[in-house]
Ligand binder design. Sequence first.
Ligand SMILES: Cc1ncc(COP(=O)(O)O)c(C=O)c1O
Length: 270
Amino acid sequence: MLCWLDGLPANALPPADRGLAYGDGLFETLAVKDGRPRLLQRHLARLAEGCQRLAITLDVSAVADELERFAARLGEGVAKLIVTRGDGQRGYAPAVNQPARRILLGSPFPAYPKENAAQGIALFPCRTRLAEQPLLAGLKHLNRLEQVLARAEWQGSEYAEGLMCDSSGRLIEGVFSNLFMVKNGELLTPALNRCGVAGVMRGLIIDLAASAHIALQVRDIDGHELPAACEVFVCNSLYGIWPVRRFAAQSWQVGALTRTLQRLLATAED
Ligand SMILES: Cc1ncc(COP(=O)(O)O)c(C=O)c1O
């Protein structure tokens, strides 16, 4: 596995790293194609916002150069960037203005079945709920135990993703994706001001919908609204859009708006 630590090849992490001790950090998972990181500016914008909200000191433009060099080296696959607050002493108190640590990991692109994007997927109803924490909502921070518990709820290939609600039963997102649905001709995606990750692909889809004059609402969506949806899809920055064809007793055809957005995405600029 290709691995760089603070810009240099490495294969070990200092044991005092606060990312390991407390999940004190952020990450980004980028698709790399033809030696270039896809959607780089969007990933950097989310990372910069996360660093600002957590008071992590990171030179984001230096990270951009590093990611370009790493992607050129990787060629094709997935670049995972982990940014931690760096080393700590005992105790939670963060040092002030300590430069962040950067870890870059390269791996092959996941072998997702082609049918996922073409015919759609079955979505597993996860029992694990997302806790509400507005201070962390939207960030791709390193505390991902809820996703680990949720992903352990199903095995095998029948379900390609799982659906997660918050503790009040609102629909929030997939285990590793964001959620969209179409209701009364309008595109809906859950508000992420209490929990959930504000995905880069979600942001791109919101912008594509706006340019194509597709009506869209970002709002709280109760779990009971799902049966009234006429199209449902999930998305992330690696696989793009997967239509949902089945959830519990509910089934859907791949809808026209989902197909339109898949087409717009295929030709979208970075
Ligand atoms: C919990 C969670 N939500 C949403 C997403 C989608 O984010 P993105 O579009 O930035 O890949 C991911 C991606 O891994 C995720 O882990």
